[in-house]
Design a protein around this ligand. Structure first.
Ligand code: SER
Length: 581
């Protein structure tokens, strides 16, 4: 079978590109995102004009994690982890060559018939003209006029979010069906699937949405490996392609169940264990926790366990190790960080044990409750959820086993009610008493964010807020750290905070959904305790925290920051007391 990953690199190397290694999934110098979500992400500085040590033509396969589709995992095409094949021109070739390379690779290397291809190009708007160059290039190569669709900004303009290089793109589609290829391309006909995206990055979009021209014209292309492999292997379910087939077969064997009828659970287990394996192996050393990336890792592992239970797998067996192991076998040749298998297996196992304990407690409670009542009311289901972390699906499952009914509607009503209450409570909390609102306390709140950000830069990105307390005299801040801060570290932290104060940086407040906050990479401790709509405070590009406030409008108002004390708080946790003078 053809190894598309290797063919791709070979092809672009022959065209003068140099292969760059895949960056870690946790971005190294980009606090704005939780994970790399596209191949171009680690290349942003170079797309903006910085010189890349490997030159102007690059290619790679990049590990990516996208969480926007988490709820959709379980269907035929979604994954939380995927690899993106990419090639770039950093101010070198532009539209014609880029399109010609893609066309040649698809039709000559992968042998896709031209008739099965169609493309979209940017139709232009009041600021950026219609992309005639791309359309003409496609036609010169043999793509018929009827197979080109002109679409607007929603479809044919790509950026990695706010503050990113961006530009119009041309997307390549493949007709995934045995039916006759229609003569006219209709992008809304889902037999046409997008396989490759060539972005012509000549612009930059800032946080406020203002678009300006970049100093150089770049090309950024991305092709999802899972998608192209399933196309070439002619399967319409990605999980039946050679990437997944043996993993799914293994899950069938472990659960003694066929794939048919159990697709959703099996896909979720396969997908989530793969992503958890890669996140655990990342040099950033993420561990399951209740915040940020650790929270995502925890959710993925726990969700895979729930679906394993659903399939009747004995979760205390080493099934997760087996699945992770077969995944590592496939990938370690390309991603050497996977070599430390025991470390990865251990993370999966420890989290499984923690989750089991929570579930056991819930089960005991469940039994107790059953002694006094028959059917499970919404209130009881909610208590199991709220106090014992018992997912509603599990309550339903356990109830079914005992021939009992669960008042699901009642549960959801209680759940909604609770969300509203906690929303009001947290509003009230921030208004009254718990968090002080005097001018000096407000300043300490902002200083706390600066201190948090400075510690990340001085002692490491894994530093975070474990506890904070503010009064009119001082701030107190607890953070994870395995050593007493040296004088040098303390001075560095103070200097950084004071520099940011001098720079008088605006403190920007944005409201968003919890999901958006998580995806934006904001520091979100105990996110589950917050209402659905949360407030995130941004300071420059170095601080992004979910917080109830209050904060000053800009850092210049804080005065001079000084660390008064640095001491141990508990094992592995240090405490700083600091003042503004
Ligand atoms: N950045 C573009 C994408 O992710 C092309 O690589 O689709």
């Amino acid at each position: 079978m053809m190894n598309i990953r290797e063919e791709y690199i070979k092809y672009f190397e022959n065209k003068g590109h140099r292969q760059i290694p895949s960056s870690p999934i946790v971005p190294e110098n980009d606090p704005t995102v939780l994970f790399n979500t596209a191949g171009m992400q680690p290349l942003i500085p170079y797309l903006m004009g910085q010189k890349h040590p490997y030159g102007k033509r690059l290619c790679d396969y990049q590990k990516c994690v996208r969480l926007t589709d988490l709820e959709e995992i379980g269907d035929k095409t979604h994954h939380t982890f995927f690899e993106m094949l990419g090639n770039w021109s950093l101010g070198d070739y532009f539209k014609e060559e880029s399109i010609s390379y893609s066309f040649e690779f698809l039709t000559k290397v992968l042998n896709i018939p031209v008739e099965k291809l169609a493309v979209t190009v940017f139709k232009g708007d009041d600021k950026i003209p219609k992309d005639e160059v791309s359309a003409k290039t496609w036609m010169d190569l043999g793509i018929k006029r009827e197979k080109i669709a002109y679409l607007g900004k929603e479809d044919n303009f790509w950026s990695a979010g706010d503050a990113s290089p961006c530009g119009p793109d041309t997307e390549i589609f493949y007709f995934r069906s045995d039916e006759e290829v229609p003569s006219k391309f209709d992008p809304s006909d889902d037999r046409w699937v997008e396989i490759w995206n060539n972005v012509f990055m000549e612009y930059y979009i800032d946080e406020k949405g203002k678009v300006s021209e970049l100093s150089q014209k770049n090309v950024d292309t991305g092709m999802g490996l899972e998608r192209i492999v399933s196309v070439i292997e002619n399967v319409d379910d990605n999980y039946q392609s050679s990437i997944w087939k043996d993993v799914i077969d293994l899950i069938c064997e472990i659960s003694s169940k066929p794939y048919e009828g159990n697709e959703k659970a099996m896909r979720i287990i396969a997908d989530h264990i793969r992503t958890a394996t890669f996140i655990s192996a990342d040099p950033a050393k993420i561990k399951p926790s209740n915040t940020d990336r650790g929270y995502i890792l925890r959710r993925l592992i726990r969700r895979s366990i729930r679906y394993a239970k659903e399939l009747g797998i004995d979760i205390n067996s080493d099934y997760d190790k087996k699945v992770s192991s077969i995944i590592i076998d496939k990938y370690e040749k390309y991603y050497p960080e996977l070599k430390d298998r025991d470390y990865i297996f251990n993370i999966l196992k420890e989290e499984k044990q923690k989750f089991s304990k929570t579930l056991e407690k819930g089960l005991r409670e469940f039994e107790k409750i059953l002694k006094h009542s028959n059917d499970i009311t919404g209130d009881i289901a909610f208590k199991l959820y709220d106090t014992y972390g018992f997912p509603i699906e599990l309550t339903i499952e356990e109830a079914k086993r005992r021939n009992l009914k669960v008042d699901e509607k009642g549960f959801h009503e209680r759940f909604k009610n609770h969300q509203e209450k906690s929303r009001t409570a947290s509003k009230g909390m921030f208004k009254g008493g718990l968090l002080g609102h005097s001018e000096i306390e407000t300043k300490y709140h902002t200083a706390t964010h600066l201190l948090n950000a400075a510690l990340k830069q001085v002692i490491g990105n894994e530093s975070c807020q474990l506890g904070s307390n503010i009064n009119t005299e001082r701030l107190r801040f607890d953070f994870p750290c395995d050593h007493k801060l040296t004088d040098e570290e303390k001075i560095k932290v103070e200097n950084l905070v004071n520099r940011w104060i001098e720079e008088d940086i605006p403190v920007i407040k944005k409201q968003m959904s919890k999901k958006e906050a998580l995806l934006s990479g904001a520091e979100c401790r105990f996110i589950e305790k917050y209402p659905d709509i949360v407030t995130v405070y941004y300071i420059g590009d170095f601080s992004k925290e979910l917080c109830g406030g209050p904060h000053v409008k800009s850092t210049g108002k804080l005065g001079h920051f000084k660390i008064k004390k640095e001491q141990s708080s508990s094992s592995g946790v240090r405490r700083i007391k600091a003042i503004l003078e």
